[in-house]
Design a protein around this ligand. Structure first.
Ligand SMILES: [Fe+2]
Length: 248
């Protein structure tokens, strides 16, 4: 089975559509999203409508669950005071602009999804999808996390040798095998933070004889997305962030 794992779209419709076009050329059996459908860009309702109409299942990111529950903030990490201010402005804008249908969709997203690529009638392997980590969708699991941290995360999710644990949230793709479990951060479709403004997602292959994974980067009209942000009441800095592939 070949899966496309797409995460952290963050209301960036041009990036999502470019990724979906790319996926259609790659013999993919199923697409899953790993959360954070909304926030930071001006198409939260359109992105949710696209995910719903394409029947793409996925998990709740911190932005999804905080918008859905009218929480006091988005659960985002603030690198500095400026980023904190921008984050508050984006969250307020998003809450003002999401439709009741979008909120209902976000509220229904599960916290984790387990996939059995070879079928539930066999012992494994299992691919587990969460947004952040096993406990919260706000916890950042970056490449600097220790093997010990990842081993505990895998154990908490019930992962065994040969399984895959996939997540997003940091917007920086990476992967590592710890204790025979593949830990895979899928990066971000709509708001990369690794200085590469192209949309990013992962292809994951799992078969009888093992599998593999591949990071895919997709060119899209970054300027169209940045211009739409600039033309909205969202802060202009969010447009520069997209152009630079992260904080400049
Ligand atoms: Fe995110």
């Amino acid at each position: 089975m070949r899966y496309a794992l797409i995460s952290d779209i963050h209301a960036n419709l041009p990036a999502l559509d470019a990724v979906l076009r790319d996926i259609r050329t790659r013999d993919v059996d199923a697409i899953y999203h790993l959360g954070d459908l909304v926030g930071y860009a001006p198409w939260p309702n359109e992105v949710v409508e696209r995910i719903a109409s394409e029947h793409i299942p996925g998990v709740a990111g911190n932005y999804d669950s905080t918008v859905a529950t009218d929480y006091k903030h988005c659960g985002c990490r603030y690198e500095d005071a400026k980023q904190e201010e921008l984050s508050h402005l984006s969250y307020a804008w998003t809450r003002q602009h999401v439709s009741p249908q979008t909120k209902t969709f976000l509220a229904a997203l599960p916290f984790r999804i387990d996939i059995r690529p070879l079928g539930g009638h066999t012992a494994g392997p299992t691919v587990t999808l969460v947004h952040g980590n096993h406990a919260l969708n706000t916890v950042y699991v970056g490449a600097d996390r220790s093997d010990d941290f990842l081993a505990k995360m895998g154990a908490s999710l019930g992962a065994r040798v040969g399984d895959v644990v996939a997540f997003g949230h940091t917007h920086v793709p990476w992967q590592r095998i710890v204790g025979g479990v593949v830990f895979l951060n899928t990066g971000s479709v709509g708001r990369p933070k690794d200085r590469d403004p192209r949309a990013g997602y992962f292809l994951l292959d799992v078969g009888e004889d093992g599998g593999g994974s591949e990071l895919v980067r997709v060119e899209y009209d970054v300027e169209a997305a940045a211009s739409a942000i600039a033309d909205s009441e969202l802060p202009n800095e969010l447009a520069d962030f997209l152009r630079a592939g992260g904080a400049s």
